[in-house]
Design a protein. Structure first.
Lengths: 615, 89
């Protein structure tokens, strides 16, 4: 069977390529990797008018065929038919930012020289109009010698026309690319400028929106203040907005558990289902609202173009610890999860910058640690209001995030002075225009995260809690004995406890530490499972986990546990992605060990200080 | 990494915010290959008009510069490799 015709979407970064790709393919996309390299391959399907399916692949944004990063090398190799695991594209869609033609046409000219059937999408024509720029797409088409379609991808405008143009193009036969003639970049740039000038119908100078916004958002004083305010609002919102949906889920889990329990015979089976599966998974899925709120903010900041501004504001400080402002985006994404964060370091050109960023990324508080923080804070920190709209619990949460950030910066500084000594690379970034991201694209992003989280809850977390339930329930305790001490898990935990006793960790925490390696939020499930097994008389759901903790842990222990989780050695997925991104076991092992030492030291310091203060 | 000195030119990092200038020369040799490549991709070239728009809040670094229709951010030390002729207010 012949493979489907392949259409590659190419263009400069910030041309609106991904929005156009989303508009062409819809929500069903396949995300994978190119073999041998750590560059993401995003593809989708499109139906032609005659019913033939076509595969569309979204190539990494690139400024030219002379690569300055691994991503750009993949773009070049795919276009020249040299990329392993990818076939030669049968047609190209070049995405151009209508208000930045002088620059984007250079890459377009290089691509057109290849001789592959090509359509140019003149994208974001609405923003160009807003800036007083009127363009003649027919003239542009004549100059370039390829069809030009005007689009506004984020509003799904011009997509039908693009579809039709693709239809026409793919029905004509095509016989292979020309040899890549490496035209002089400067010559191409000058030609690009000529064409761009020719295509302009009229230009009215207006005060540009982006410039006006930047005067405030990049202001030397207000800029950093606004950034801090945005971060603060984001973390307060994660706490405040999630309260209601969280309690609905809790109530739902409790009534489900009460409904299922009596249907099963009393004994081990009921205990497995109610105490193991429902209590464990239930404890974890209550955090879904918070994780989704966090992702909502990150996707919004990314989509509007503010994320790059944040990098601009932070570059000097990041440079001070040997990182670049470019590391800000991967590190900020690590607040959601270190795995996509570490994958996002691919945009950092300098290898040492990149490795340092990977090694400190797990110190950013990922959303999986949120359940742990939330649980402990809710149990031990009083819910008092400091001033209107600012609660003590939110402040403590903010403090934990700040500790993670401070730890990351310090670790980077030390790494750059020691194992990763060397000059740091540069910081060169385009500041794209501000725009409102399509709600649909943000929704697709959030739904994908929800799906991933629930899949984890249904597989890894369910599996681990069931295994843990078994370890914690067998053998059964006799009268007068405590189940969590008699069981197999109890014996393992007793071993771990010897190591962590000095930093204030009790037997139950030791029990929760091991499964936390599978996924951090499991430690909450583990604690929930242990306590519901220990107290079979209590009606499930009647006694909240927070209340149980208050009776069994001292405040010093709780604080030490929080400190541990700021630095805690990361989950298995993070270790796996680090191995893949650094091509070996050396760096992941290094990462695990240094984080373990840090976590132990800081949990210890917290505990001893708290005890000395009489808490 | 500074470009060879020419009369009437200043380096781009000395140019005041809001002042337009024409690029007279770029000290490509003082730059790493990938950095030089990136600058070219952004459209830095002799004869192009540039204008610093914003400065970073800490140490006035990096600098946001308009090149053609694009706004890009580069560090002060890279801006030092670019010599420009100010075009007045």
């Amino acid at each position: 069977m012949n493979p489907l015709p392949l259409v590659a979407v190419a263009g400069n970064p910030n041309a609106g390529k991904s929005a156009l790709f989303n508009a062409l393919t819809g929500a069903r996309q396949k995300v994978g990797n190119y073999p041998g390299v750590t560059v993401e391959r995003k593809s989708g399907r499109l139906m032609l008018a005659d019913g033939r399916p076509v595969e569309i692949v979204d190539l990494p944004g690139s400024y030219s065929l002379d690569p300055a990063s691994p991503d750009e090398a993949v773009t070049r190799d795919v276009l020249l038919g040299r990329q392993k695991g990818e076939r030669q594209p049968d047609a190209l869609v070049i995405v151009l930012d209508a208000s930045n033609l002088d620059n984007h046409l250079r890459f377009a000219l290089q691509l057109i020289e290849l001789g592959v059937p090509t359509i140019a999408a003149l994208n974001m024509v609405d923003l160009a109009k807003r800036d007083g720029l009127e363009l003649d797409s027919q003239r542009l088409s004549q100059e370039l010698g390829v069809p030009v379609v005007e689009t506004v991808a984020v509003r799904r405008k011009g997509i039908q026309e693009l579809h039709t143009a693709l239809d026409d193009m793919l029905s004509a036969p095509f016989c292979g690319v020309h040899e890549h003639v490496k035209s002089d970049l400067i010559h191409l740039q000058r030609r690009a400028r000529e064409i761009a000038t020719a295509a302009v119908v009229s230009e009215t100078p207006v005060r540009r929106w982006t410039h006006r916004l930047d005067s405030v958002l990049l202001h030397p004083v207000f800029g950093p203040l606004i950034l801090a305010a945005i971060m603060f609002v984001m973390f307060q919102a994660v706490f405040a907005w999630s309260e209601a949906p969280k309690s609905w889920i809790e109530d739902g889990v409790a009534s489900f558990s009460n409904a299922v329990g009596p249907m099963l015979p009393a004994g081990l089976l009921r205990s497995l289902v109610v105490d193991g599966a429902i209590a464990g998974v239930g404890a974890v899925i209550t955090f879904l609202p918070q994780i989704l709120i966090l992702f909502f903010f990150i996707l919004l900041l990314e989509g509007t173009g503010y994320m790059v501004r944040a990098a601009f504001l932070m570059d000097r400080l990041m440079h001070g610890v040997g990182l670049s402002g470019r590391a800000f985006i991967p590190l900020l994404s690590s607040f959601a999860c270190a795995v996509p964060g570490i994958m996002a370091t691919r945009t950092i050109d300098d290898p040492k910058d990149r490795l340092t960023t990977i090694l400190v990324a797990p110190l950013m508080t990922c959303s999986a640690r949120l359940p742990v923080y939330t649980l402990i804070i809710a149990a031990f920190i009083p819910n008092t209001r400091l001033v209107w709209g600012v609660g003590l619990q939110g402040v403590v949460m903010f403090g934990l995030y700040v500790s993670g950030v401070a730890g990351a910066l310090l670790a980077a500084l030390v790494l750059r002075r020691g194992v990763l000594k060397g000059s740091s690379g540069g910081f060169m970034m385009e500041l794209p225009k501000y725009q409102w991201p399509p709600i649909k694209d943000v929704a697709i992003g959030i739904l994908t995260r929800a799906e991933i989280f629930l899949k984890r809850a249904g597989t890894i977390i369910l599996g681990t809690t069931v295994v843990l339930w078994a370890l914690a329930s067998i053998p059964q305790a006799g009268p007068g004995q405590k189940q969590s001490e008699v069981s197999i898990a109890g014996h393992i935990a007793t071993g771990i406890e010897k190591v962590v006793r000095p930093i204030g960790f009790n037997h139950d925490i030791s029990l929760a530490l091991l499964p936390a390696m599978a996924a951090r939020e499991v430690s909450v499930a583990a604690i929930a499972t242990v306590y519901s097994i220990d107290s079979p008389d209590e009606k499930a759901g009647a006694n909240k986990l927070e209340d149980k903790l208050q009776h069994r842990w001292s405040l010093a222990t709780a604080l030490a546990f929080l400190a541990w989780f700021v630095f805690a050695p990361q989950c298995i997925s993070t270790i796996a992605v680090t191995r893949r991104e650094t091509n070996g076991w050396k760096w992941p092992l290094f990462m695990v060990s240094y984080l373990f030492v840090l976590a132990y030291a800081f949990a210890g310091l917290t505990y001893w200080t708290a005890v000395a203060l009489g808490l | 990494m500074n470009a060879p000195f020419q009369p009437d030119t200043i380096s781009l990092d000395q140019l005041k915010v809001g002042t337009k200038a024409r690029v007279s020369s770029i000290g490509w040799h003082g730059l790493e290959e990938s950095e030089a490549c990136r600058l070219r991709h952004f459209g830095f070239d002799e004869g192009v008009t540039v204008e610093p728009l914003h400065l970073g809040p800490f140490g006035r670094d990096p600098i946001a510069i308009r090149v053609g229709r694009m706004t890009v951010a580069i560090r002060r030390k890279h801006a030092g490799a670019i010599r420009v002729v100010p075009l007045g207010q």
